[in-house]
Design a protein around this ligand. Sequence first.
Ligand SMILES: [Zn+2]
Ligand SMILES: [Zn+2]
Length: 426
Amino acid sequence: MKRALLSLALALPTFAQTIDQRIERELPSLLTTYKTLHAAPELSTQEAKSSALVAARLRELGYDVTERVGKYDDPAKTCYGVVAILKNGNGPVVLIRSDMDALPVTEQTGLPYASTTAGVMHACGHDIHMTTLLGTAKMLADLKSQWHGTAMLIGQPAEEVVAGARGMLNDNLYERFPRPTYAIALHDSADIPYGKIGYTPGYTMSASDSVNVTIRGQGGHGARPQNAKDPVVVASEFVVALQTIVSRERSPLDPVVVTVGSIHGGTKRNIIPDDVKLQLTVRTYKPEVRQRVLDSIARIAKGVAMAAGIPDELAPVVEQVTAEASEATYNDPALTQRLASALEKALGADNVLEIDPLMVSEDFGRFGLGGKIPTVMMHVGAVDPARLASGERVPGLHSSGFAPVPEPTLRTAIKSMTSMALELLK
Ligand SMILES: [Zn+2]
Ligand SMILES: [Zn+2]
């Protein structure tokens, strides 16, 4: 009994050390890759160089790589999807996804490897994700004796405009390549200290809907309101009335966000304009809640216009921007628990946190085909623990100051992704 325990105690750290040592060995070159990617960000649907870099590195590691996988609705646009397959005997197929696109943000970090492309920045950390994919690819290629099955690595374009996953699936992804048994991904986080990883069983990121509303009125002289139907006043009432969707119409147990991010009307102080245009973003989890919130927005728009005496033929125009819509990201609960246990073994239980779901959105869930393939997305810490502990305001994702600490973030991300893949392919 004593001997068995002793040999187990020796065996575990040896295995753990080998992965740690392998990652340490790769980190310097991965850091260089990260900085190269960070300095050269590309906007959604324009990821030509990033995808070529990812594809070339994966090919060097022995993966069977196909580039430009995907089709957008607009046939003039190239979909820069990368699919890299490493077959290693019979077993499950594990899809591991990284997104590749950057954002229209002017970087203000002052880092020596800051973006050299004006007005474009990896402000969401997709450069961390690409480097993690490459690090994990190297680990899986080196550790082939420890797993069997098929690793299917995906470099996905156009996540920020939620078009890339759909584009790749529209190009017969699962017919041209193996259909995955599981799909996993991770996203960096500015709320979690580096060295730690967060998980949420069930809904983890919300559905996102974009709605455009045009409140139409009858314009006129600003000094003669009696001869006009003022859309500025109606739009103002509409914005306030929208607040009752969350506070009075929905269950407090169903998270909902309705934000009016843009409102524009009028040209001059003494002119009542003909219309006011509003842009809304809507976040929900459950499909039935999502539909009811969208219905409520249309109903309230119509109602406030009617109350103001705007004629039917000038009723508000409410349109959903379907190209920008994305479904909620749902972490299969059983698979999430299995992966969280594997991560606890790899990183230590203190470094694996159950976290709250987020109201931001992602298109990774699409790879699960509406629940047919279990999917899990984890969140990896990217911020100095001391800064988070001090209560200082740390710039978050999508901000011009977002600066993940690359070395410890990549170390944990690569170890986590490798451990999850090995768990599923063991
Ligand atoms: Zn983002
Ligand atoms: Zn992102």
